[in-house]
Design a protein around this ligand. Structure first.
Ligand code: HEC
Ligand code: HEC
Ligand code: HEC
Ligand code: HEC
Ligand code: HEC
Ligand code: HEC
Length: 235
């Protein structure tokens, strides 16, 4: 009984060892000789309009085992940038089963309405809101890296993944009596969904952490400040 068990265990160990070394050898051969004819271009395809997104052939052909004709030429032509020109290369189209969404529907592959960060990356530089006057600074790194928040925490309902969206949606023009209400609403709807003194510091307490002001804005611009000043009208 005991001997049997022991030999089963060692057999398993040997099998595991063989499997592991096979995989290692296999992986190192593959890494040395990536064959673009077999797997498609090695360089990732990167789109920048309307937002930045990345596609990797290797993940799809070599890793997921898809043949070229799973995508070419019915879903995508073999020309980087072609789809971008079609005008409907959007998340909405994916939801309708087009382009990436023909597989990324939650059954063939993960749903494109989840895991935004697999295809998109957060901007490195702070986003600065300047409408109407005071500068508000938002840093992705504080929220994503330090805070450990998923993209979806903000980009599903709170913010569009496009700089300038709040400013486009929220134009002041309110009379004096409505101003307080407007401001509460403005803050509550956006940053205040978390900055409510429970999930993160409350917006009613530390205005200047977000509102870095004209001076803070200039400091942030650093070397670019001169260029910016030349481009903008003088007050
Ligand atoms: C899962 C989908 C998918 C599969 C499978 C796939 N491709 Fe692609 N391929 C794309 C996309 C997306 C583009 C970019 C199209 C665009 O930007 O409009 C592309 C573009 C290309 C391009 C043009 C690159 C350039 O820089 O212009 C080549 C060449 C290419 N694919 C070859 C292949 C080959 C060879 C295979 C099979 C080994 C393959 N592809 C499999 C999705 C795929
Ligand atoms: C023909 C089907 C198909 C199409 C079309 C397709 N994918 Fe995929 N994709 C897959 C499969 C299968 C996987 C692996 C399973 C999974 O991750 O759910 C995958 C995985 C991925 C991953 C995860 C890779 C990793 O290992 O981290 C990313 C990112 C991705 N796809 C992006 C895209 C983008 C962007 C597009 C459109 C330009 C696209 N895919 C179009 C089938 C497809
Ligand atoms: C499977 C890959 C994939 C996933 C996952 C994904 N996207 Fe996209 N997304 C793309 C591609 C490809 C485009 C079109 C090309 C571009 O704009 O660069 C795009 C375009 C966009 C655009 C601009 C066009 C439009 O639809 O308005 C926004 C905004 C966007 N994505 C937001 C998101 C958000 C938010 C999530 C997560 C809930 C997400 N995406 C998840 C691949 C993906
Ligand atoms: C705590 C909230 C929050 C989280 C989490 C977050 N974002 Fe954002 N993101 C924003 C805000 C705010 C904007 C600017 C919206 C505006 O100007 O209206 C933005 C804008 C963007 C833009 C557009 C930039 C431009 O120049 O147009 C991209 C791309 C983006 N985010 C990607 C991501 C990705 C990818 C993740 C996850 C890795 C992520 N974000 C996580 C809040 C967040
Ligand atoms: C999804 C939740 C969420 C949203 C939405 C959100 N934040 Fe945050 N934020 C956090 C968390 C969590 C922290 C880290 C904990 C803390 O500082 O209380 C943080 C930290 C910060 C910090 C750093 C504070 C410090 O002490 O250094 C600033 C600045 C900030 N957020 C600004 C913003 C701005 C501006 C917006 C709106 C454009 C925003 N946040 C939207 C969750 C969020
Ligand atoms: C968590 C970040 C955050 C905190 C904290 C915060 N705000 Fe804001 N505030 C914003 C954002 C984002 C906007 C909208 C962007 C814009 O209008 O430029 C805004 C807009 C405003 C505006 C209208 C636009 C402007 O700049 O004149 C006023 C006034 C304002 N906030 C006052 C305050 C006051 C007073 C406090 C403190 C009691 C405060 N805010 C705390 C993020 C914050």
């Amino acid at each position: 009984m005991n001997t049997n068990k022991a030999s089963t265990v060692s057999l398993l160990a040997v099998t595991a060892f063989l499997a592991a070394s096979f995989l290692t050898v296999h992986a190192s051969i593959a890494a040395e000789a990536y064959d673009a004819d077999q797997y498609g271009p090695q360089e990732p395809i990167v789109w920048s309009t309307p937002t930045k997104a990345t596609f990797n052939h290797q993940h799809h052909t070599m890793d997921a085992g898809l043949a070229c004709d799973a995508c070419h030429d019915e879903i995508f032509t073999m020309e980087q940038g072609a789809t971008e020109k079609a005008g409907d290369f959007t998340m909405k189209s994916f939801k309708e089963g087009k382009y990436c969404g023909s597989c990324h529907d939650g059954s063939t592959a993960f749903d494109s309405a989840t895991q935004c960060g697999s295809c998109h990356s957060a901007p490195e530089n702070p986003i600065v809101f300047t409408y109407p006057v005071k500068a508000v600074s938002f840093e992705h790194s504080i929220h994503v890296k330090q805070g450990g928040l998923a993209c979806e925490a903000c980009h599903k309902e709170v913010f569009a993944m496009k700089k300038g969206s709040i400013e486009e949606a929220e134009q002041t023009g309110a009379d004096a009596e409505d101003k307080r209400e407007y401001l509460e609403k403005l803050h509550n709807k956006y940053c205040g969904t978390c900055h409510d003194a429970s999930q993160a510091f409350g917006y009613l307490t530390r205005c200047t952490v977000c509102h870095i002001g004209v001076k803070g804005y200039s400091a942030l611009q650093g070397g670019d400040q001169k260029k910016e000043e030349n481009g903008e009208s003088k007050h």
